[in-house]
Write a protein that binds this ligand. Structure first.
Ligand code: CA
Length: 230
């Protein structure tokens, strides 16, 4: 059972989705606009959001960015536009997966199961290992999904934590952006910008800058590594 928010303005598509998801014993709420969706996710905890891109009030990518501003909940994009460039951009903007309309219920179930599996794996910390990792003054606890720097808790998003934990598992090792994209984002494709943006957020939370790195070292054109400061 998952708590699902369906964001869809087409009544016909919406009721079909609700019926199918309810039959599959998920708890479903639904709204017809992006602003209602933002209000819902701010108030209710969901396991997954199914987001139609053609909403009456906001452009889909705007809606996605605003959602990402307030929550890490997995988002599956539903789009009628079979536009690869657009889909890649949305995946980079934080969508977890996408479906092209019209899609079958089997297709939807498969995508939902994959997204939920991924988010549960990272939420449970069952993979990567559950041991507490220490790199200099950094302590990373994958089981409790908590990180501290010099004894002070860091307030990290799901992605920032996954990124930090992945690098902390291999301290001093340069990891290519492509590998981060595949292992942390579980995407076979995408651009380096996504990673650079998350790295810069993480860096800020670690209280350092690219010009004066302490833990996070970026090697231009090669990758990034985490190591204790000298
Ligand atoms: Ca629509």
């Amino acid at each position: 059972m998952a708590r699902v928010l369906v964001v869809e303005d087409d009544q016909f598509v919406r009721s079909a989705l609700i019926r199918h998801l309810t039959d599959a014993s998920h708890a479903v709420r639904s709204v017809g606009t992006a602003l209602e969706a933002l209000r819902e996710v701010a108030q209710v905890g969901f396991d997954v959001v199914i987001l139609d891109l053609g909403l009456p009030d906001l452009d889909g990518s705007e809606a996605l960015k605003m959602l990402r501003g307030i929550t890490d909940v997995p988002v599956i994009i539903a789009t009628a536009r079979d536009d690869e460039a657009e889909i890649v951009r949305l995946l980079n903007d934080g969508a977890d997966d996408y479906l092209t309309k019209p899609f079958s219920v089997e297709h939807l179930s498969a995508r939902m199961a994959a997204v939920l599996r991924r988010s549960r794996v990272s939420a449970n910390g069952s993979e990567p290992p559950s041991r507490v990792m220490r790199v200099g003054g950094l302590t990373i606890d994958p089981l409790r999904r908590q990180a501290e720097l010099d004894g002070v808790a860091l307030d990290l998003t799901r992605r920032e934590f996954d990124l930090l934990a992945f690098l902390a598992e291999r301290p001093g090792v340069v990891v290519a952006r492509k590998e981060l994209l595949a292992e942390v984002w579980q995407q076979a494709y995408g651009d380096d910008q996504t990673i650079d943006v998350h790295l810069s957020w993480l860096r800020r939370k670690l209280g350092e800058t690219a010009a004066k790195p302490r833990y996070l070292h970026t090697l231009r054109g090669v990758g990034v590594k985490l190591e204790p400061p000298l």
